[in-house]
Design a protein around this ligand. Sequence first.
Ligand code: GTP
Length: 601
Amino acid sequence: TAPDLLRNFCIIAHIDHGKSTLADRMLQLTGVVDERAARAQYLDRMDIERERGITIKSQAVRMPWAVTDAAGVSTPYALNMIDTPGHVDFTYEVSRSLAACEGAVLLVDAAQGIEAQTLANLYLAMENDLAIIPVLNKIDLPAAQPEKYAEEIGGLVGVDPEDVLRVSGKTGAGVLELLDKIVATVPAPVGDADAPARAMIFDSVYDTYRGVVTYVRVVDGQLNPRERIVMMSTRATHDLLEIGVTSPEPIPTKGLGVGEVGYLITGVKDVRQSKVGDTVTNNAKPADEALGGYSDPKPMVFSGLYPIDGSDYPILRDALDKLKLNDAALVYEPESSVALGFGFRVGYLGLLHLEIVRERLEREFDLDLISTAPNVIYEVTMEDKTILTVTNPSEFPGGKIGEVREPIVKATILAPSEFIGAIMELCQTRRGDLQGMDYLSADRVELRYVLPLAEIVFDFFDQLKSKTRGYASLDYDVIGEQAADLVKVDILLQGEQVDAFSAIVHREKAYAYGVSMTGKLKDLIPRQQFEVPIQAAIGARVIARETIRAIRKDVLAKCYGGDISRKRKLLEKQKEGKKRMKTIGRVDVPQEAFIAALSSE
Ligand code: GTP
């Protein structure tokens, strides 16, 4: 298709504002799928995505759309709808899908108004110079307030509230007009057709049958079937086994030219060989310069992951190896813990990523897992100037530390203005620094904070939701790092360190952490034959202490007479029980106690 007949756009929307429903409606109205199939939701393929109502992997669908002008002449356009991931952890993937488009539909629930993630993605789209089409969705809802929210998003985008389209993905109202508006408003792609090919990878998905399916947007030149291609970041070359467009099933084509969006299959088995953001070029006539904007995904949040049943360790290892084929951002290495046995230290983009990975492992591989409290990545400079990267609190050095640096984020919070006080208080306790505040409308504000990432990974979102009765929304983006007064707090059982509970915290919060952890463990660890002190310490200095009082539990005392076989049975039973015990020093602790202490965070 000639570039001037192409329109590449995405839909920016908050979770549940109806992106999938609208996308399905468009597929149906353009004849790509029939109404019944539309319900199968072509854009979100993964089960978990659908159940959790979030879109993680972006993909693209091509739709034909003919526009008839005043003179009755019909022009056949091809619209490429590119799906964007909707959540904060995937900002980099969002930015790549936006870079593949010339326009964005800003879709906002007419009963809810815009949310923080949508706003953040809107700003990203504006930075990418995309044409923005503001649209209010779900106008069929009785609770819809189109006038109010048209004012709000009109103001943000800089259009007259009257020009904000009103649609319903559910009834189909306004959707034909939206398709026409996309053709009229979104610029046609421009590129150099005679130049060596440059195509940006905006998504890459592992498929059990076909290997990695790579989604690209061609900027210049042409990619042809069966030619050899080069991945510019690594210089790796591959044979193109298939090239085509999705509409909604994969359809092989005779190549992809300027402005086109489609997929490639090269037979590679690991998404790391086909990286989001990388540039693909022809091997025979390679481009000199890659398209801008490529960066490697950086894991920012780490946590230990252990099978509850130690014998599941090999299954966990295989499961992680399989997930990695599909998730370029997932990193892990084996670690072991006195309290939890053998497991892995896993790096994630953020908390949602952590949850998704864990859920997939539990569901798809039938594993029962426990994860340690998440921590961020720290850079520790020793007094002798050596620099260490710490992703596990138990590796935090004990010697003379010069400086500790932690990642910081720029956070955007949107909420009804009545909650400003509560939000500020929360951010204050999380070492937040207020950068600015704007009213989006008379009763809704946008607050901008700089916060340490470590303060966000720890139940910040839950707190924010509960303090605002669920009305606040949050978006954050890592912007750099800062020095902070951080210390490692260890938890000791009878003088022995329990590794899974070590934490790196701000000095001012060390005491509170120590008191809460020792208190929790005191309640969970059964009494022993002797007194057991539980201490929290920074280095050698104890900052909190609890004591489990001794009991004398003599199992044999119950046995009257000299029934030897009964005695033996009891002793057997006790031994059985001990198997699931972890021994810390002289103290026997049931693994359940550790698990309970970690889960009740
Ligand atoms: P994610 O895929 O989770 O990001 O959600 P989404 O934004 O794609 O939302 P989805 O299309 O799954 O719709 C969310 C909910 O809103 C569903 O229960 C839909 O049935 C409902 N919904 C979507 N569009 C409309 C609409 O136009 N009117 C009404 N009344 N409900 C709608």
